[in-house]
Write a protein that binds this ligand. Structure first.
Ligand code: DGJ
Length: 736
């Protein structure tokens, strides 16, 4: 890993896998040269700069008298607005005279070992300085006396560059940021397509691909959460690329609020990619000596398919994003009462569910929504964070003790960011909810959003939540958030600063999460937002797992988990076996298939196990035994997507995990719909050692021994999986 600086001010970040090269242009702007597979270092890369030899027709030239030097035709690193580049800029700074024209030019650089933290924002980190190197570039607008600092880090063992940007106002006048993105990159067109993760509630993170023409495509969220509609991730997919081959460039924003990610192809076939806080309804006042830090973006490169890109993200996030005691620990098998009871429970009912769960081998009981205030349905109680003694006579404290006595750990649900108009909290502090003056705020799920940008709100929540955590025996928290933002207006901001409210809210959420996760390091935190409405790296920094979707249907989960795995580690995906007919789709699948899908995640159950048949109980016991024996591999092994639910008419889906030593693998195979007179099913199992001998533990290929190369390149065939809808099997492969 190295950062080279050439005499002509070219910067080359290089490790064994990738190179990232850019330079200071003659105009003082930064020109992008290359991001991709590792290149040998040399003293001059200016050949990569595409400066026209002649005048560019009718295009403003940045340096007087130098024909061809036009920003509109040059690949750039952090483009400005107002001096000749007509594509989307990385930033727009409004000045007191009404101008938005700026000239931030290169002024200095700094290189150092390690990776800096980002103040008040989630960020990737290293445990020692030898794991990364960092380059900081300062651009200065001397008229404004203001700096932009671009930070680039390269890591020892990953095909990953992280970038972020910061602006500082040293001048006398107030500046208003109307847009300040995290990064920009201009690439040479390579017949790329856009790949992103789109969806909705219950259909989160479907893989979507879109051709890129001479136009602009954007993904974004204005919902106040990163959203299930568009995850803050996009990738450029090279022509012909697939899971196992071809080029992918991924970009993932470490942020949980409104964002934008844009792809713009220009008239010279350059592709501009940028990402950051959504400029829509955003502005930020920067007074003298103030600075603004934009969130970090994690850029990843693969030239051996999408699986390699994902594996890099998984292991990078596992090592350099997720923090705390639970980072590398296998997760407990839980039972959650939400789909078992919804709001309709009492202590007796809960203890019945927990007792049966314990009998079958479950390790953690999680009490979901409905345990506090007057919360008997979703119209009331949010904000009143004290036990409902009608349901729980000895409160959460007593229940947690009783659950512990059964031999189970105890977990609890909160939805801290919300307030019900029917609550004690709202009676006392109606002004704590986001709402605009003289207008009725819009309800969603009968609730309003608390203004987490307010210190008094955060203090109240901290006090209430920490009291319960201190007084009860709690080892897990589910932090839910069940509506998108509307009526974004904060009572603690000047009228002219209301464009800051949505971002200040997210900073407030981060602050509170940081406080609670630091103070209670033994607790396993899981974030959630009406299912997977906020499944992003920002949340994973504070909480190592996220509830993937409210949709617990095994067949739907194939798509959701497959898409989520493009970026996020398997250990981070909450995945539960629920009752049938499924509550979201009414589909009936076997308890076996439900578990075979949920095994690839933070595994648990979400039903009343007293209501299943005795055969199913036996099956659950077996499942729990299998999961306990294999959870290290299932949650932390190298994950491969093999057959996609988005590509093969949804008939067959498969994926696998392999351990580091390549001595054990588990394959999940799912036949969605039955096919008459089926051909033999083959499956090729990736990631093994070609020269090792493996034995297969499967009913179709009993005890047969294969070399790794045969399994990887020829594959094994099955018979039984083809019959019946929603069938599945798990195959265990072991090195002899
Ligand atoms: C939405 C979550 O995704 C569910 O799992 C459940 O916790 C409900 N909220 C409770 O209101």
């Amino acid at each position: 890993m190295n950062i080279y600086i050439n005499n002509n001010l070219e910067f080359h970040l290089q490790n064994d896998k990738i190179s990232y090269i850019f330079k200071v242009l003659a105009s003082g702007d930064l020109g992008h040269l290359y991001f991709g597979k590792r290149l040998n270092h040399k003293e001059d890369f200016s050949n990569m700069l595409q400066v026209f030899q002649n005048q560019v027709p009718y295009t403003p030239e940045q340096i007087d008298g130098v024909a061809g030097f036009a920003l509109d035709s040059l690949k750039q690193e952090f483009p400005s607005f107002g001096s000749g580049d007509y594509k989307e800029p990385a930033y727009v700074v409004l000045q007191e005279n009404g101008s938005r024209v700026t000239n931030y030019k290169f002024s200095k650089y700094k290189v150092y070992s390690g990776k800096p933290s980002l103040e008040n924002l989630p960020h990737t980190h290293v445990s020692n300085e030898n794991q990364a190197k960092t380059l900081e570039i300062t651009l200065t607008d001397s008229t404004l006396n203001s700096d932009i600092i671009l930070t680039y880090s390269i890591y020892k063992d990953f095909s990953i560059i992280t970038r972020s940007s910061k602006i500082v106002n040293h001048g006398e006048e107030n500046l208003t940021l109307e847009r300040f993105l995290s990064f920009n990159i201009d690439l040479v067109q390579n017949n790329y397509e856009l790949l992103n993760l789109s969806g909705a509630w219950g259909r989160e993170r479907n893989i979507t691909t879109t051709p890129i023409n001479q136009n602009k495509v954007s993904i974004d969220s204005k919902r106040g959460a990163s959203s299930s509609n568009n995850n803050p991730f996009l990738a450029l997919k090279g022509k012909g690329a697939n899971e196992f081959q071809g080029e992918y460039l991924g970009f993932n924003l470490v942020y949980s609020g409104n964002f934008i990610g844009q792809i713009e192809k220009d008239h010279y076939d350059h592709i501009r990619v940028n990402m950051g806080i959504n400029p829509f309804n955003f502005s930020w006042l920067l007074k003298k000596n103030e600075s603004f830090q934009a969130p970090e973006v994690v850029m990843c490169y693969s030239n051996s398919g999408l699986n390699t890109l994902s594996q890099n993200y998984h292991s990078f996030y596992q090592n350099h994003l997720i923090r705390g005691e639970w980072k590398n620990k296998v997760r407990p098998i839980l039972i959650n009462n939400w789909e078992a009871t919804y709001f309709n429970f009492n202590e007796e009912k809960i203890l019945q569910i927990a007792t049966k769960a314990k009998e079958l081998g479950v390790e953690l009981f999680v009490l979901d929504d409905g345990w506090f205030g007057e919360r008997n349905n979703d119209t009331s109680g949010l904000g009143d964070w004290w036990s409902n003694l009608q349901k729980l006579p000895e409160g959460v404290e007593g229940l947690s003790r009783k659950i512990n006595q059964l031999g189970l750990d105890f977990g609890l649900w909160f939805e801290p960011e919300m307030i019900s108009p029917q609550s004690d909290l709202y009676k006392k502090n109606p002004h704590w909810a986001l709402s605009t003056p003289n207008r009725k705020a819009t309800l969603s799920r009968n609730q309003l959003t608390l203004d987490l940008g307010r210190e008094d709100v955060r203090e109240y929540l901290y006090e209430k939540i920490s009291k319960i955590l201190k007084n009860s025996k709690i080892s897990y928290i589910k932090w839910d958030m069940n509506r998108n933002m509307t009526d974004v207006w904060s009572g603690v901001l000047e009228n002219s600063c209301q464009g800051e409210a949505a971002h200040r809210y997210i900073l407030g959420v981060y602050k509170l999460m940081d406080q609670l996760t630091t103070e209670f390091p033994h607790i396993l935190f899981e974030s959630c937002a009406g299912g997977g409405n906020r499944f992003d790296p920002g949340m994973l920094y504070y909480m190592p797992q996220t509830w993937t979707s409210d949709n617990t249907d095994a067949i739907e989960r194939l798509k959701i988990q497959y898409g989520t795995s493009v970026v996020y580690p398997i250990s981070s995906m909450g995945a539960h076996v629920s009752a049938v007919p499924n509550h979201q789709t009414e589909r009936v699948t076997s308890i076996k298939t439900r578990a075979n899908v949920a095994f690839f995640g933070a595994f648990g159950y979400e039903l009343d196990l007293n209501k299943i048949t005795s055969e199913e109980s036996l099956e659950v016991k077996k499942q729990i035994k299998f999961f306990k024996e294999n959870r290290e591999l299932l949650q932390f092994g190298t994950f491969y997507r093999i057959e996609s639910p988005f590509e093969n008419e949804f008939q067959k889906v498969s994926w696998s995990v392999v351990n580091k030593e390549k001595s054990e693998a588990i394959v999940g195979v799912y036949r969605v719909l039955s096919v008459p007179n089926p051909a033999f099913d083959f499956i090729k199992i990736p990631g093994l050692n070609p020269n090792s001998k493996y034995i297969i533990e499967d009913e179709d290929v009993l005890g047969e021994v294969f070399y790794g190369d045969e399994l990887m390149y020829s594959g094994i065939k099955f018979k039984k999986i083809s019959f019946g809808d929603f069938r599945s099997k798990i195959i265990k492969i072991k090195k002899l």
